[in-house]
Design a protein around this ligand. Structure first.
Ligand SMILES: [Zn+2]
Length: 233
């Protein structure tokens, strides 16, 4: 029978029933220290890959399963957002194109804003997006915190998608990535809601999703414009 190296309790299975430590403790290595440092800042763990895979193939269902109690295999929502937002922020900063010629000072500032603050801005707006999602789909057994989790996971994935669309921007082409980004994100958002609210009428879910997107888009544009005017003063 294995003996716990932390508290001395004897037991069976992988973990000590008394204190929770694993019976087999690996030796400390430089790699394990590096892992611990990274984990301290990002809480990155094995669940990241699985969460990402589920967000790609089963959006909405993933959040539904998480909220229903399948927590252990997933990266936690806010650390998922933190990791994806950091990656997207760095990618946009490095690969977004410099200002075009012949742009107004306002447009120049808007590009500057997008390059430096877009990801932070969208993260700050999350509680509001979650609020309109909650209001639109308000029903029994769906609280605001759950709407927040639903949205935080979706936003994490959508921010990763912006890395892709910004990367496409690097290839010389004749069209704006805007034309891929908007339909792609709209489709993803609707697909997520169709899976998450799969007991509601499909057309109602699609209609509500479009209303949420429009409300979110208008609010985010108004707020961005205000911030840019303030930055220009
Ligand atoms: Zn123990």
């Amino acid at each position: 029978m294995p003996v716990c190296s932390n508290c001395g309790h004897k037991g069976t299975g992988k973990f000590c029933a008394e204190c929770g430590q694993a019976f087999i403790v690996k030796r400390v290595t430089l790699l394990s220290i590096l892992n611990e440092v990274i984990h301290t800042f990002t809480h990155f763990d094995k669940g990241f890959g699985y969460t990402l895979k589920e967000l790609i193939f089963h959006p909405g269902t993933m959040q539904k399963n998480y909220l229903a109690g399948q927590r252990k295999n997933y990266q936690k929502p806010f650390s998922m957002l933190f990791i994806c937002a950091t990656l997207a922020g760095l990618a946009i900063y490095w690969i977004s194109r410099p200002a075009h010629l012949n742009v107004t000072p306002f447009e120049e500032m808007r590009e500057h804003f997008y390059r430096h603050y877009f990801v932070i801005f969208q993260s700050v707006m999350t509680p509001f997006y979650a609020l309109i999602t909650w209001i639109a789909f308000r029903k029994k057994n769906f609280n605001y915190a759950e709407a927040l989790i639903l949205f935080v996971y979706s936003l994490a994935f959508l921010l990763l998608l912006t890395i892709l669309t910004n990367a496409i921007d690097l290839i010389p082409h004749r069209f704006e990535t805007y034309y891929i980004e908007i339909p792609l994100m709209t489709a993803y958002f609707i697909w997520t809601n169709l899976n998450f609210f799969n007991t509601s009428s499909k057309w109602l879910v699609i209609l509500k999703s479009i209303i949420i997107l429009l409300a979110g888009w208008i609010t985010s544009n108004l707020a961005t414009t205000q911030v840019i005017h303030l930055m220009m003063q």
